[in-house]
Ligand binder design. Structure first.
Ligand code: BGC
Length: 766
């Protein structure tokens, strides 16, 4: 607040006192598709909430969804691209530009970022999400929110929660265990809510463990508003409220879109169906946001700069972000970058070179201010030193056009190198439905195969919003993942191919060899209205690690035109407790001949864990820029949560004392440096024993061990008979028995009372 915090609180209280039930209800439901209800009598304005997340989509009209019919705005790279930059500063800068553009177009709350976890690669909306990893997703979202909100524009982190597939997204019930929910699906939201205080959180369409997210008391009231102390507004995804009274009671504040008759809602209060306190709570939160937004409008005025200047600046930023997000997947014999010393004639093949795919379909679809054409950008950047000849290669993605194919192959043959533009066509991935498979279209595959047969120097440039399989992976020398890179992707591709930009992106999601290898394969898309997250914690690289399944390209992978050496991993201490911080520093040196950037990744591995844990988990990352020969030391800070897991038995985070390994390197599959820290937890959580606790659990506890081992010989003797020889099998069997079985198996020598006394002694000892 720019005005005094106290003044605003007072004003809100006063307005709440003056409002009628009708007016309070009006505040909790939109006025039309994109704005809140104004209450003119009390001087409460209406504010606008618009998509989001990688550009501003301000529909011309307020009364429809307006997809494809919005004001021109800069289309930045989508989330799967930007996450690959592994660069939170860049993300924040993009957020600032989005905030300024929102302000200029009259948007008060930009509906994004989306940070759902990429549970399955075929989720149609993966292009709008950051990663399969909650730390990377949460950090990126935090940076984007900070950037946007620094310009006085609110954000809506979405879609809360477990909207990890588009298949039946409005009705599917996600069955997910508590630990997986906390560690994988909520962790990113928790990070951004606590660190960046988004103005709103968007409740998703789906059900989570039986209740719609919009009616989910556990998610909204208990976790989000209670535990995480979220003080903003919960806004529904568009049309996600099914039952207004249940939603309000669960902590759903603002229902969107609006426009539905309100008398019936008012009646719900008048006949006591919903407690007035629920309405008051929701109306007050919305009111606070509206007041905040109105104050920010005055504070942040970006309408004075010339639209052309601003547009150019944003386009240049979009090109830089796209360039930093491009991932060089493969580069045999250093084919890239193409330079005029080695290559003078290049065949540019594939329609995407002229009609780039730069964004995904659905609510995030921007009407761009301009679009860079890759072919034209290559020509412009080469400045006459190379020739670029073009052939379509394919006309329609599904059918092979032999003439077009032949023309492309002939052109590739007579050129010194070929660049093929391929990927996923628009209809392959979109909001609203899932992909059917992970393949690129037949016409693209064929073009790659045929061209590689005649031209050794082939580069494949991919335009897709989510991971794909590549049966042709060995054929081209170089593969460049350009993602759905926004309106300036054409320029960014030219920058990377011709070496103006040294690629530094890393995969924020695993690329598998086969769709069948993916973690959720057996538990997707669900049936009879329910999808069970049966793979639990083992999502993304956590799965490939645990199963030893080799991916095509691992999480965190990405090459550069230079090389980096990692040395001198140092920890600030050898032992720590959970209230200490651990500084991890590492030196990275540019050992090649080009200026470059490197995304350094820090993973933590719990060496001996009480509950099953992933082999390792990303806990920190950072990007460093180095001139040839330059070395820098980067320092990361790890805290308690970086070592903790969520223990469903106590419904809380927990750290077990013991050894942890800190692994550092350039990719999840390449971690050359390792150091060990011994952690001593200060929070001792005593186990609670009962009669059905297992013998092995008693034996693992110091006090219980003594008491229980005293009774074991007798118990064993009774079971094994007098002359039983080797009793080691019996010992092993007994470990799995509940203590209570001692009564039955000792013929009553061990009694109920004896066990009760023992258990109470052990539990008291803690
Ligand atoms: C999408 C949201 C979007 C909203 C408004 C919904 O269908 O799921 O992400 O913000 O529409 O367009």
């Amino acid at each position: 607040f720019q005005r005094g915090e106290v003044d605003v609180q007072e004003k809100i209280k006063e307005l709440m006192r003056q409002m009628t039930i009708e007016e309070k209800v009006a505040l909790t439901i939109g006025q039309d598709f994109w704005s809140t209800n104004a209450i003119a009598r009390l001087g409460i304005p209406s504010i606008n909430l618009n998509d989001g997340p990688h550009g501003v989509r301000k529909p011309i009209s307020g009364t429809d969804a307006g997809i494809g019919n919005s004001l021109p705005a800069t289309c930045f790279p989508s989330a799967s691209a930007v996450a690959s930059s592994f660069d939170v500063n860049l993300m924040q800068e993009m957020g600032e530009a989005l905030g300024e553009e929102s302000r200029r177009l009259g948007v008060d709350v930009l509906l994004g970022p989306g940070l759902n976890i990429k549970r399955t690669p075929v989720c149609g909306r993966n292009f709008e999400y950051f990663s399969e990893d909650p730390v990377l997703a949460g950090e990126m979202a935090t940076a984007e929110v900070r950037g946007i909100q620094s310009r006085g524009v609110g954000t809506s982190v979405k879609h809360f929660a477990c909207n990890n597939q588009e298949y039946e997204r409005m009705s599917i019930n996600v069955e997910v265990d508590e630990r997986t929910l906390r560690e994988i699906y909520l962790a990113g939201f928790e990070r951004v809510v606590k660190a960046a205080k988004p103005w709103t959180v968007m409740a998703s369409y789906n059900k989570v463990n039986g209740d719609y997210a919009t009616e989910n008391e556990v998610l909204l009231q208990r976790i989000l508003k209670g535990e995480w102390e979220f003080d903003g507004v919960v806004v529904s995804d568009w049309g996600a409220v099914n039952d207004k009274d249940k939603a309000l009671a669960a902590g759903m504040d603002l229902e969107m879109p609006g426009g539905r008759p309100q008398p019936e809602i008012v009646a719900l209060f008048e006949n006591g169906h919903i407690p007035m306190s629920a309405l008051d709570a929701a109306a007050e939160r919305v009111l606070l946001m509206v007041e905040k937004a109105a104050a920010q409008r005055e504070e942040h005025d970006f309408t004075t700069a010339s639209a052309a200047d601003v547009g150019q600046k944003a386009h240049t930023l979009a090109r830089r972000v796209a360039g930093e997000s491009i991932v060089l997947l493969k580069n045999e014999e250093n084919l890239l970058p193409l330079t005029s010393e080695t290559v003078q004639s290049v065949a540019v093949l594939g329609r995407f070179a002229k009609q780039p795919r730069f964004q995904g379909a659905g609510s995030s679809q921007i009407v761009p201010t301009e679009v860079d054409i890759p072919l034209e950008e290559l020509v412009a950047l080469a400045d006459g030193k190379m020739t670029f000849e073009y052939a379509d290669g394919y006309v329609d993605s599904e059918t092979i056009d032999e003439a077009a194919l032949r023309e492309a192959v002939d052109l590739a043959k007579k050129s010194q190198a070929a660049v093929i533009f391929a990927g996923l066509p628009d209809h392959y991935e979109s909001e609203g439905y899932d992909r059917k498979h992970m393949s690129t279209p037949p016409a693209h595959n064929r073009l790659i195969e045929e061209v590689c047969r005649v031209q050794r120097n082939t580069v494949v440039v991919l335009m897709n919003g989510s991971s794909i399989v590549m049966p042709w992976v060995d054929a081209p020398k170089a593969i460049v993942e350009a993602w759905l890179g926004g309106q300036a992707i054409g320029g960014a591709i030219a920058d990377v191919l011709l070496g103006r930009v040294n690629p530094s992106g890393k995969l924020a999601e695993t690329f598998p060899v086969r769709y069948e290898d993916t973690p959720a394969y057996l538990n997707y898309p669900g049936e009879l209205g329910t999808v069970r997250y049966g793979e639990g914690l083992f999502v993304g690289y956590r799965y490939y690690d645990a199963k030893g399944v080799r991916p095509l390209f691992p999480f965190g992978h990405g090459l550069s035109y230079t090389t980096f050496a990692y040395t001198k991993l140092a920890l600030s201490r050898e032992t720590m407790t959970d209230v200490d911080e651990l500084e991890v520093s590492v030196s990275v040196r540019n050992t090649g001949e080009r200026h470059g950037k490197e995304a350094v990744q820090v993973y933590v591995r719990d060496v001996e864990s009480r509950l099953v844990r992933p082999v390792k988990e990303l806990k920190a990352f950072g990007k460093v820029e180095l001139a040839p020969g330059e070395e820098r030391t980067i320092t990361f800070t790890l805290r308690d949560r970086d070592f903790a897991y969520f223990d469903p038995a106590i419904h809380d985070w927990r750290i077990d004392s013991g050894k942890f390994e800190i692994l550092v390197g350039p990719s999840s599959a390449l971690l050359p440096l390792k150091a060990t820290i011994v952690l001593e937890s200060t929070k001792v959580i005593p186990p609670v024993f009962h009669k059905m606790s297992l013998v092995k659990d008693f034996l693992a506890h110091p006090v219980a061990m003594e008491a229980v081992s005293a009774m074991l010989p007798e118990w064993m003797r009774m079971n094994a008979g007098a002359d039983a020889g080797d009793l080691s099998f019996m010992e092993a069997m007994m470990m799995e028995l509940p203590l209570k079985k001692a009564i039955a198996f000792t013929g009553g020598q061990i009694t109920e009372e004896m066990l009760e006394a023992l258990i109470s002694r052990v539990n008291q000892a803690g």
